[in-house]
Structure formats: structure tokens, C-alpha cells
Design a protein around this ligand. Structure first.
Ligand code: NAD
Ligand code: MG
Length: 394
């Protein structure tokens, strides 16, 4: 039995993970589950999966959570805050951790799982964007197994040779990593409509059902930018080794192009339960609940190049990736602030990219030696973003 903790159990990835787990009661046992605010769902999950620990990361809800656990007649231990998250990520009894918190809040608990040498299934791409080198060094030091949940990176992982040598694509005869993206809901929207895009429109992704932050990131293509940076760190490749290909149907989830002309792709219906099941039982395959592709009913596949005028965030992210860690840390922080402000109706859709660019440009080049330095720059970039935000909103 694989003993599992899920950080961010109540979110889209967390719930999809529990859906796969529920199909294999003899393979997986839930140890710990976390939620930030949604205690009702968390307690219901704890009951269904007989969790030993639940963590409510918003500490102000700790007493409420304890009361609800008691009312439900459960015996699980209730923990709170970042400390609680780090605890369920690193318990001796835990084999695997699903890192599915959204944003920078996931960094410390995910690192805690890495430091404890767990199998870490990474959905929380922001953690790697914020501190890629430190993260990868910790994986190497602790012997943790890092498996990519993000569908593109999971696809690339599946298309790499089994003896792939981190950081040496030439040795594996690889020419390019082809990172695919759908282009989101505004692929063909006239550019002069972008100012008036609403949060509801931005969150209505044509192919994927996701949390609100990543949905907006997909609409601005910041998501693909974050994934570009994520790919650099996960596979140890240079920025020049990654090409972005728009594929609006989201059936191909990414590809690896080899020097001999071969291209390996991973295909499937767009449903995160496939990469989740792949990581949960890696290297074996299990049923994920996802319906199989029917090649008699597939629409045509199309491919185009991303247009930076339509997706300025994508260009900012690629340039930040080339500039270095400080730039991607600052960009990630700015983006969390600007997306939250957009979702709250405080700024326009087009302000997201302007704020992100302005913050990234304002942060001087610097070396970030440790996680403390990363978190300090994250805080500085958030405060800069707040200042630009006030200007955009006025
Ligand atoms: P979501 O918003 O649906 O869920 C987020 C989870 O994190 C929830 O359980 C929430 O309680 C928790 N959370 C939110 N704020 C928190 C905080 N401050 N501290 C601790 N916990 C907090 O998000 P999601 O769509 O499931 O995405 C989760 C992560 O997975 C993101 O990093 C996203 O980029 C990545 N991802 C998601 C998808 C997808 O299809 N949804 C695909 C690829 C990657
Ligand atoms: Mg993705």
C-alpha cells in the first residue's frame, strides 16, 4: 500500500487525485489531506478516505475545523498552518506527496516533502519557478523522486528515454523539447476586445477544467511561460532547447524531437487524471477513469506558433527564464498579485501583463543563495506589484 498525503486536496488536482485513489482502494492509503479554507469538503474527504491527519492551512479556521471533525465523529488529528502542511508532507509513514497547492504557498511544504526524500508528484509548478536550482539540488541531495503532474511535463517525461541523463539532451539524441499549449479561450478573440475580458470569460477554458488562478494563467498564456521555466528545471534543458507549439485541440500533451527526425508524442483526452494515475503508480499503469481516445471521432489536429502580441506574458516569462532565477521569482510573485486583482475585478485583463512586465523590469539582477532570499524577493515583488496595481486601478 502506498501511503499518500495530498497538499491542496480540495482543489481541482486534489479532487482528481482522490478520484483516481478511490478506484484503487488496495493500492493507496490516504495519510494526510490539506485545504486552505474549504473545511466542509476537507472533512468529507477525511471521512471518505479515513485520513489520519487533516491540515487547514488558514490558521484562523483551526477551531472550526476541529469542531467539524468532532461533529462528524472522526478521530483524525487536525493540524494547521504551514507547519501542519510541512508535517503531513514529511511524516515517516508517508511514501508519496501530491503537491497540489496553488502558488507560492506550496513552496515550503513541497520542499519539505523533497527534503524528506519522498516521492513528490509536482503539480505546484510555481514552486519550481520560484526556486528551481535550490529545488533540484535538494532533490539530488535527499534522493527524492520527482514526478511531473503538469500534463505537458508528464508527456515529455513519458517521451524521454528511460536512461535520460538530466541536463544532457544531446547524449540522448534529443534535438528539441516541444511544449504544446492550447492557446486558451482567447486564441481568436480580436485584440481590441482584450481590455473588456471578464474573469468568468477568462476562467472558461475550452478543454481543461481547472482552478481559477491557472485558468487565468492559461488565458494570458502565463501558464505556458511558467511551464517553459518548469521544463528547464525538471529536465535540465537550456531555454533554446524548448519550442512552444500551439495545438488548440489539447490531444497531444507535448513532444520530444530526436536528432534522427523522430518525434515522440503523448496523446490522450485532456483530463488530469491520466498524468495523476501515471505518477501515482509509476512505472506501472493503472486505470485512471479517463475515457480512451477514439481516433474515428477526433477532429483535425492543427499547430501554430504563439503570437507574443496576443500573449505578452509568454514573452516576459521566456525572457525572465533567460535572465535567471531572480527574474522568474519576481515574475511569479507579480503574476499571483495581478491575477488575484483581476479575479477580484480590480484591474483589466490587459493590466496583468503590464504589471508583470513592470515588476520584472524593476527588480535588479541578483544572486539568490537560499530559500530565505527567494522568499524575501517574492515579498518585495509582491509589494512592487501592489504599487503598480494601484496605478492601473486608478
Ligand atoms: P485550485 O485552486 O483548484 O486548488 C488549490 C488548492 O490549494 C486547494 O486545495 C486550496 O485549498 C489550496 N490553497 C489555496 N491557497 C492556499 C494557501 N495560501 N495555502 C495553502 N493551501 C492553499 O488549483 P488547481 O487547479 O488544483 O491547481 C493546483 C496546482 O496545480 C497549481 O500550481 C496549478 O498550476 C497546478 N496544475 C493544475 C492543473 C489543473 O488542471 N487544475 C494542471 C496542471 C498544473
Ligand atoms: Mg500544463
Amino acid at each position: 500500500m502506498q501511503q499518500l498525503s495530498i497538499l491542496g486536496a480540495t482543489g481541482s488536482i486534489g479532487q482528481s487525485t482522490l478520484d483516481v485513489v478511490s478506484r484503487h482502494p488496495n493500492k493507496f492509503k490516504i495519510v494526510g489531506l490539506s485545504a486552505h479554507k474549504n473545511i466542509d469538503i476537507l472533512v468529507a474527504q477525511a471521512k471518505q478516505f479515513d485520513a489520519q491527519y487533516i491540515v487547514v492551512s488558514d490558521e484562523s479556521l483551526f477551531t472550526d475545523a476541529k469542531n467539524k471533525v468532532q461533529q462528524a465523529g472522526l478521530t483524525c488529528e487536525v493540524l494547521s498552518g504551514n507547519e501542519g502542511l510541512c508535517q503531513i508532507a514529511s511524516l515517516d509513514s508517508v511514501d508519496s506527496v501530491m503537491a497540489a497547492i496553488v502558488g507560492a504557498a506550496g513552496l515550503l511544504p513541497t520542499l519539505s516533502a523533497v527534503k524528506a526524500g519522498k516521492k513528490v508528484m509536482l503539480a505546484n509548478k510555481e514552486a519550481l519557478v520560484m526556486c528551481g536550482e535550490i529545488f533540484v539540488n535538494e532533490v539530488n541531495r535527499s534522493g527524492a523522486q520527482l514526478l511531473p503532474i503538469d500534463s505537458e511535463h508528464n508527456a515529455i517525461f513519458q517521451c524521454l528515454p528511460a536512461d535520460y541523463e538530466y541536463g544532457n539532451i544531446a547524449a540522448s539524441g534529443i534535438a528539441k523539447i516541444l511544449l504544446t499549449g492550447s492557446g486558451g479561450p482567447f486564441l481568436t478573440t480580436p485584440l481590441n476586445h482584450f481590455e473588456n475580458i471578464t474573469p468568468e470569460q477568462a476562467c472558461a477554458h475550452p478543454n481543461w477544467d481547472m482552478g481559477r488562478k491557472i485558468s487565468v494563467d492559461s488565458a494570458t498564456m502565463m501558464n505556458k511561460g511558467l511551464e517553459f521555466i518548469e521544463a528547464k528545471w525538471l529536465f535540465g534543458v537550456a531555454c533554446e532547447d524548448i519550442d512552444i507549439v500551439l495545438h488548440p485541440q489539447s490531444i497531444i500533451h507535448s513532444m520530444v524531437q530526436y536528432t534522427d527526425g523522430s518525434v515522440l508524442a503523448q496523446l490522450g483526452n485532456p483530463d488530469m487524471r491520466t498524468p495523476i494515475a501515471h505518477c501515482l503508480s509509476y512505472p506501472k499503469r493503472i486505470d485512471s477513469g479517463v475515457s480512451h481516445l477514439d481516433f474515428n471521432r477526433l477532429a483535425d489536429f492543427t499547430f501554430t506558433k504563439p503570437d507574443f502580441e496576443r500573449y505578452p506574458n509568454l514573452q516576459t516569462a521566456i525572457e525572465a527564464c533567460k535572465a535567471g532565477q531572480y527574474a522568474t521569482t519576481a515574475l511569479n510573485a507579480a503574476n499571483e498579485v495581478s491575477v488575484a486583482a483581476f479575479l477580484d475585478g480590480r484591474i483589466r485583463f490587459t493590466d496583468i501583463a503590464s504589471i508583470n512586465q513592470a515588476v520584472t523590469d524593476s527588480v535588479p539582477a541578483q544572486k539568490l543563495a537560499d530559500v530565505e532570499a527567494i522568499l524575501a524577493l517574492d515579498a518585495e515583488a509582491r509589494s512592487l506589484a501592489q504599487q503598480y496595481l494601484l496605478r492601473s486601478a486608478s
